[in-house]
Design a protein around this ligand. Structure first.
Ligand SMILES: [Zn+2]
Length: 274
């Protein structure tokens, strides 16, 4: 009798497991390093967390994670389907070595700004934060990052993500982006589909554009000579958005290209597929 009860129970368990299939996590592309990212597909309607914090899942089950420069070696991704069945995956994120880069020939006022200029910088930071918050909030407007990024400018690398920086000999925060050297006036193209969240003349970053690619992924273009888009414009991959310049805290014409997942600065060059 007892055996029969057990086998009936076992059968029920099996049936309920069939109904509540553990959601499959299919990796689309990933760079599991500090400053890297993880793009995957999960069943639509799933809910996901990273180390317990909720993360966005797109309408077609798109999932994207970004890793900070100082990301610890392990992170736990949990994906739960509608049925309540969950899959857990431990992501192992490799450490990187970051160097110090000494940048000279910076306009002195951008290294030691006056109180008035500091105030302007604070206002720029507020506007940038608000623009990014909008992108995070409206995360599912459209997903423009599944295919990876095109390079926005052809040019040699003049600064890498994560390096500690000194400006005219004074130490400042680490470099949140990738620099590509190019002549003033060189066209800058959108690396992927997006919507313009910010196009602003800032004190430190000069002419600054922010694109929202969906999924709380944004990219920024700093020190531009000119901006060819305005806030609210929808852009497609390869579309001209501005021209290279040396406005703001810059020692010569180049594009500062930054990428963010939520408010985490990640390395845009790792996203380049074409
Ligand atoms: Zn830069």
């Amino acid at each position: 009798m007892r055996k029969m009860v057990l086998s009936v129970f076992g059968g029920l368990l099996m049936v309920s497991q069939l109904w509540a299939a553990v959601p499959e996590i299919t990796v689309v592309r990933s760079k599991l390093v500090q400053g890297g990212f993880y793009v995957a597909k999960v069943p639509a309607g799933s809910e996901a967390t990273l180390d317990g914090a909720p993360v966005w899942v797109g309408p077609k089950g798109e999932l994207v994670l970004g890793f900070d420069r100082n990301q610890k070696p392990r992170a736990e991704l949990k994906v739960c389907a509608d049925s309540g069945a969950c899959a857990t995956k431990t992501l192992t994120i490799a450490a990187r070595t970051f160097k110090t880069q000494n940048v000279k020939g910076i306009p002195p006022k951008t290294v030691d700004p006056s109180p008035e200029e500091t105030k302007r910088t604070e206002e720029d930071a507020k506007a940038t934060k608000a623009a990014r918050a909008k992108a995070v909030e409206a995360a599912s407007w459209r997903v423009g990052f599944m295919e990876g990024f095109k390079l926005p400018v052809e040019g040699p690398t003049s600064g890498v993500y994560g390096s500690r920086r000194t400006y005219n000999g004074q130490e400042r925060s680490w470099h949140k982006g990738h620099d590509l050297a190019a002549k003033t006036g060189t066209p800058v193209y959108a690396p992927a589909d997006g919507i313009v969240r910010l196009a602003r003349d800032t004190f430190m970053s000069g002419n600054l554009i922010m694109l929202d690619h969906g999924g709380a992924v944004t990219t920024v273009y700093a020190h531009l000579d000119s901006m060819d888009v305005k806030v609210g414009d929808k852009v497609t991959a390869g579309q001209l958005i501005g021209k290279v310049g040396t406005t703001g805290r810059s020692s010569g014409p180049h594009l500062h290209w930054g990428a963010y997942w939520q408010n985490v600065a990640i390395d845009p060059i790792l996203w380049v597929t074409q």
